[in-house]
Design a protein around this ligand. Structure first.
Ligand code: CO
Length: 292
């Protein structure tokens, strides 16, 4: 792990535009979760389409997992904080995702996969983020990568904040995954009480913070546990400064908006209704099973 000695200076922090609680729901075969980034926020938080948070000690909340289902047109990023999830897909990929690991799947033109618990008891906690693909890449070949916890770059800032860099760049540290067009930044921050973390952000980026433990202060707003703060866009702000009111853990996610039409039908996210009909027809015709 690297220790960095200087703050990436942020002269003016973005403010909080809105604090969002998300919606309790279930998905897959009865997995209980909170949909933090919901469909009505897709344009506001472009290029991000969805964020689900799940955390339970009760196997009844997760044991059904997510049996075979298709995706087309975007990427899914699953980050496990605790527990074990086994995934398989129609391209023959298989892997075990556990404690601190990430699975990055590019559905592209189509993949069918399952995500099933690799445990019958104990805590299961983590997140699934959906990252949109630009129109020109929606039909690319499916791709996936399992990133074990010890392969996720980390650093500690002078305040003792540990930053895990899943995607993008932070304080000169390159994350595990980079994307050219949407330039996603995905940080998991562990902040001791009173500590600050500054992150520069291009003015064009949409961004949000999800506090999953503790309470984080952003300018004049306290963001409590299990709340998402949407960061206000302001050409004069060059980043965001987070301060932990108590020991806290939070995701900081930001990226370059695509500015394209978003049409979602369940697990398919395309640019037009016609492309959605095509996806449904292809799925019914069994054409989402082949991946090269
Ligand atoms: Co899925």
């Amino acid at each position: 792990m690297n220790t960095i000695t200087t703050h990436d200076a942020v002269q003016q922090t973005r403010l909080v535009e809105q604090v969002v609680a998300g919606q309790a729901t279930s998905d897959g075969d009865g997995v209980k979760l909170t949909r933090v980034l919901t469909q009505p926020l897709q344009y506001r938080l472009d290029p991000f389409l969805m964020l689900d948070a799940f955390s339970s000690d009760d196997p009844d909340d997760y044991i059904g997992g997510f049996p075979d289902h298709p995706h087309r047109g975007f990427e899914t990023v699953t980050y496990m904080l605790a527990g074990r999830m086994r995934h398989r897909d129609s391209a023959g990929n298989e892997g075990l995702l556990q404690n601190g690991g990430v699975q990055w799947m590019t559905a592209g033109r189509g993949a069918i996969h399952s995500e099933l618990p690799g445990q019958e008891a104990g805590r299961m906690a983590g997140f699934q983020l959906w990252l949109n693909l630009p129109a020109k890449d929606k039909m690319i070949a499916p791709w996936y990568r399992d990133i074990q916890s010890d392969s996720i770059p980390e650093f500690v800032n002078p305040d003792g904040v540990t930053a895990r860099v899943i995607a993008g760049h932070s304080h000169g540290v390159n994350g595990a995954v980079q994307r050219e067009i949407t330039q996603p930044l995905y940080l998991d921050l562990h902040l001791p009480q009173g500590a600050s973390f500054a992150q520069t952000l291009p003015a064009s980026f949409n961004g949000f913070v999800y506090v999953y433990e503790g309470e984080v202060q952003i300018a004049d707003r306290a963001v409590p546990q299990q709340r998402m703060a949407i960061l206000k866009k302001n050409p004069a702000a060059d980043g965001v400064i987070l301060q932990a009111n108590i020991a806290s853990r939070a995701l900081l996610i930001a990226g370059q908006p695509l500015g394209e039409t978003i049409v979602q039908y369940g697990p398919f996210v395309m640019n037009s209704q016609a492309e959605i009909f095509q996806a449904i027809n292809d799925f019914r015709a069994g054409q989402l099973v082949s991946a090269e």
